[in-house]
Write a protein that binds this ligand. Sequence first.
Ligand code: PLP
Length: 378
Amino acid sequence: MPRVSSRFVGLGVGFAPYLQPPGPEVIRWTVGEPGFDTPSQIIDAAIHGLKEGKTKYTRGPGSIELCEAVAEYLEIHHDIEASADEIVVTPGAKQALLYSFLITTMPGDEAILLSPSWASYEPMLEFIGAVPVHVKVNMEDFHPDLVAIRDAITDKTRMILINSPCNPTGAVFTPEEIGEIVDIAVENDLWIVSDEIYGRMVWVDWPHVSPSTLPGGKERTIVVNGWSKSWAMTGMRIGFLTGPSDAMKAAVKSQANSASHIPTFMMDAAKVALECEDSVREFNREYLKRREMMMEGLSSLPGIRVPEPEGAFYVFADVTGTGMTDIEFADGALEAGVQLIPASLITGGEGFVRVSYAADEEDILEGLRRLRSWLLQE
Ligand code: PLP
């Protein structure tokens, strides 16, 4: 009997055990997915593409029209300068992250993750033989510990990953913090992979700033982004990466030798999405309301500390004050009819639970009622 290669031994699956659909009576605060329908113009464009026969192989990094539209979008919304041939459109931001890791590390090289970080980074790095090095953020506000980052750098470090706004913590790093991380990368000649998938969801006074826009940042930053979150397109699987032209030549090769390209009929739909500003703004107004509801509701429960979620659509709540571990808390909540994620499933998350407020308003209110009656034995 042939054996499955050893690279899968012990490889994590992140939050997967807690993402299983529970019974219909359970409220799900687990899934990192917008609770909105995909805007209809996007769906119409995809159907139109199919009917027009856009079902054949095409340009690997994405149609030139789509890549031009992405470049224009990046300039308008994120101040990022990129030409169309420096954009590679991928099957989801996840695939773009995989290419970025392949481009920036060789087996045995170290990559710094600011932990607790999104559950897929660590296994994805391990998958390709790179070594994730976890540097814990400040657990009061989830902002980076710059001294600890410097201390973690060795002669094997090749890359620092930034994810701001952050899943799972909701932190939005300040422009100064991003600037300091760029300085550290410049001093040590490191790559930065900047996962900006929540870049349009910022709820605080300071802006999301891409490291690629700061002095010294452009030539060492690969920006990853995608359509899943701000346009409610998770199942359509479209993301992209951009960066220095050598890195993008490598990204083109990565895609040519794996996915080839995103579905041809989705290319126009992705372009149409970039014009759906009204939907992005409308979703954001709703997220702001839901964020208030969730923050207020959770803060009023005994033993739960709720640091302010600055961006994205997650609350990362400290449950140590309840006397339970995060696993005990998540299991108890599930029994009470609310599914949430115990953060000890990821490095550095012990004592916290992740709650998504992308759920609809009724589910937020009913979930809070259930937690209240469980914790207060009402
Ligand atoms: N990066 C972060 C931080 C995420 O939270 C997610 C999805 O949950 C992704 C990347 C993946 O996005 P996509 O659906 O485009 O693959």
